[in-house]
Design a protein around this ligand. Sequence first.
Ligand code: USQ
Length: 406
Amino acid sequence: MRIAVLGGDGFVGWPAALHLSARGHEVVIVDSLVRRAIDGELDVQSLTPITSPKERRDAWREVTGRVIPLERIDLAEDYDELKGWLGRFRPDAVVHLAEQRAAPYSMKSARHKRYTVDNNVRATHNLLAAIVELGLDAHLVHLGTMGVYGYGTVGAPIPEGYLPVRVDLEDGGEAAQEILYPANPGSVYHMTKCLDQVLFAYYAKNDGLRISDLHQGIVWGTNTEETLKDPRLVNRFDYDGDYGTVLNRLLLQAAVGHPLTVHGTGGQTRAFIHIKDSVRCIELALLNPPKRGERVRIFNQMTETHRVRDLANMVHAMTGAPIENVTNPRNEAAENDLVVRNDQFLALGLEPTTLREGLLDEVIEVARRHKDRVDPRHIPCTSAWTDAIRRRMEEGGRPALRVVGG
Ligand code: USQ
């Protein structure tokens, strides 16, 4: 397949591009390199020493003989360039990861909120409009988020995208329908992925576009089979309070001797997936496109659910690191249960890499190896969801350490 990986320089995009290239697909990365610019804005660097876009692609050619070109295009800003390039490459499939993906970054200020909405919504819509204008029959695989559902439950598992409902009719009868699961975003970033869903539903209905939307949980881990082939292929590892995801952060904190930062009670239950499974799911979705005229195919891309405090207790048991319950910077439920269906990827052959598989040690090992690159000032989450929460965080100061089992 000829595959365009939009956002192919990022945390999921880079290993996804390598995974697809290794399986014989003709892969081109399209990326504005804005994620690297944001490292500069935040004055923080990836824990792992990622190489330049050229060096990592040269390394891939040296190691495998396969070429991955890079097109530097900003999807949100450069519609004509995007359309021109898509028209020349005419991909069979487009993997769309070219969005600002951090919830705390999206909540830092009005500027960050506006950037996240402008960037994400325009990038997605420009891509859809270009595919239609060019008459391309490319399968669009989008990386969405489990966060479109909210994390609550009425007691039933969260289905894969669509909710069966029964509507009372005026004549006393009943109509059955399947609707998009009600959107319930928890941040401006998550809200953009809810907006994306509506754009996809419309273009699938009106123009017959073939679209798969992958509602992904929180990614953990850093290495895949391909990124381990050469040190220059190393994937990025975000540990900072804006871009770091919770399990990787806890493991990094344990490795550098920082208390494990649990927001509030740690009663938040979330869905998780290892980076190796993430790239495998993208491949499985590419190999199983919907038909023209079919509704958007929605997958829940996750393998297990965990409560944040259980993860912290587990990391404490592994390493002895103390746990610190800090004021929660987010406007989110203190405690929630979460049960999620993921039957579709399992039916397609996904074999989940779970927390039990011993890969937690590997993450700690990576963190220990690069701990000199960590700036402890960037470890706490400082982006507050509301002014009232910001005041609470300032007044609360640093809560006392609570050492579990200590
Ligand atoms: N949390 C802590 N301590 C920390 C960091 C986070 O307790 O030091 C808590 C947060 O308050 C939250 C949970 O852990 O309740 C998850 O936070 P996260 O930063 O790991 O994940 P999130 O902001 O939801 O975003 C990440 C990715 C995003 C993806 C999403 C999937 O950055 O791109 O869409 O996970 S999901 O969470 O399922 O919506």
